[in-house]
Design a protein around this ligand. Structure first.
Ligand code: ADP
Length: 185
């Protein structure tokens, strides 16, 4: 029963091109197939529509994360499973969000910079290397990996299906009553 669903925030962090959006959308699909109420907060879309005007300084990046976290908290306390895909490079900002959300799962979407750069899904690394995008995470801006993520997905070593199964299995262990069989989907 949908009304019994316990909310949660699943926070996907990692470098650009590591696979956050891909993984997020695949998890979303599985959850929806299972009748769950899900919302995806995708970093790019959020910046276009909600946190418009924020830049890429440390302060602005952390403000972006804070606002996404605020929205995720409101949704997840009302029973929604919120999937956040955002680089969210600073550990302290992610940890602050964690403190405010009861059921918080941090997923470190991990692929080496070299792999992300080779993928260069949006051509951004090439632009960053040629100086057209300053302050690009991993190139000339920091990324602080989680020290103790609930889940780590090495997207250069495991298949998308394996990564999805790990995330679903972790959600299952957080006692969301309606989704007890995710991992077997
Ligand atoms: P991000 O949202 O982190 O910037 P994207 O999801 O947009 O990254 O891009 C990741 C790219 O890596 C996609 O082209 C995706 O098909 C590819 N990829 C290869 N293997 C995996 C995997 N195991 N998990 C997720 N993405 C993968």
């Amino acid at each position: 029963m949908q009304t019994q669903q316990r909310g949660a925030t699943i926070w996907f962090t990692g470098l650009s091109g590591a696979g956050k959006t891909t993984l997020c959308r695949a998890v979303e699909q599985k959850l929806r197939e299972n009748g769950c109420r899900v919302e995806v907060l995708d970093g790019d879309l959020i910046r276009e529509n909600l946190t418009t005007g924020l830049g890429f300084s440390k302060e602005d990046r952390n403000e972006n994360v804070r606002r996404i976290g605020f929205l995720a908290q409101m949704l997840s306390r009302n029973g929604v499973i919120v999937l956040v895909a955002a680089i969210s490079p600073y550990r302290s900002a992610r940890d602050k969000v964690r403190q405010n959300i009861e059921n918080f799962i941090e997923v470190y979407v991990n692929a080496p910079l070299k792999v992300c750069e080779e993928r260069d899904v949006k051509g951004l690394y090439q632009k960053a290397r040629s100086g057209k995008i300053p302050h690009f995470t991993g190139i000339d801006d920091p990324y602080e990996p989680p020290l103790n993520p609930e889940v780590e997905c090495r997207t250069d070593k495991e298949t998308l299906e394996e990564s999805v199964a790990k995330v679903l299995s972790k959600i299952e262990t957080t006692n969301i009553s309606t989704v007890a069989s995710y991992a077997r989907l």
